[in-house]
Design a binder for this molecule. Sequence first.
Ligand code: GUN
Length: 283
Amino acid sequence: MTAQLIDGNAISQTLRADVAQRAAALKAKGITPGLAVVLVGDNQASQVYVRNKVKSCQDNGLHSVLEKYDATMTEADLLARVEALNQDPSIHGILVQLPLPAHIDAQKVIEAISPAKDVDGFHIASAGALMTGMPGFWPCTPYGCMKMLQSIGYKLRGKHAVVIGRSNIVGKPMAMMLLQESATVTICHSATANLKDLTLQADVVVAAVGKRHVLTADMIKPGAVVIDVGMNRNDEGKLCGDVDFEGVKEVAGYITPVPGGVGPMTITMLLVNTLEAAERAAA
Ligand code: GUN
């Protein structure tokens, strides 16, 4: 059996067209949705990510500002910038790119962002809202994974979903979103003793570890849906996920590729959240 691909670029195109349309509707009322992206330091990967985020905003009718600061910026100065953006009516979403330099307490900075502008969904208020099923912003990567499941009409109710990884950014919120859709959820991590026993029972597997070949064909139930959140480099320097794609695609029912899977969905959901923040502010 060969799995069907879930194409993150194609799903993104549809969702981004909707964002652009809703942004135009807001603009007609005199409101341009605005995202502020704050980058501190010169992390190479972060520079690429923020450039993509800013460009995607521009391509879809959102206003965006990129604030770049030296790695020597103090925590107090960064907190003051966040507070200024909280007060800025032209900014509806604030994203402080992580990682931050070691002398800055990232959690403190995240908590300084107004929950109404927390389009990354990393604030404790956003995490609490997700956990309790209240309205709030969902972290973009797991939110994008949910949209991918939706795109194939997958019904999660009563299904067994296994999430590999327990980060605050992906694994934990992913598990909450799957639970909200009435899946039975297992969270696996580096101390899980019997990973293969668990993944073999899974109807849906989400791999979010950040390590190549965490998930191989012998670990997959035939027909399962496999979502690959990994962004790794192989020995030739080529982008690859956490899943052994070539092997797993012969067993799974659906699979997301890397690149072209979850990656574009993360930025798309950032646009969706920013638009949503602007719509809420305008209401
Ligand atoms: N660093 C890596 N991914 C992300 C993300 O989604 N948001 C932020 N703010 N920083 C990141």
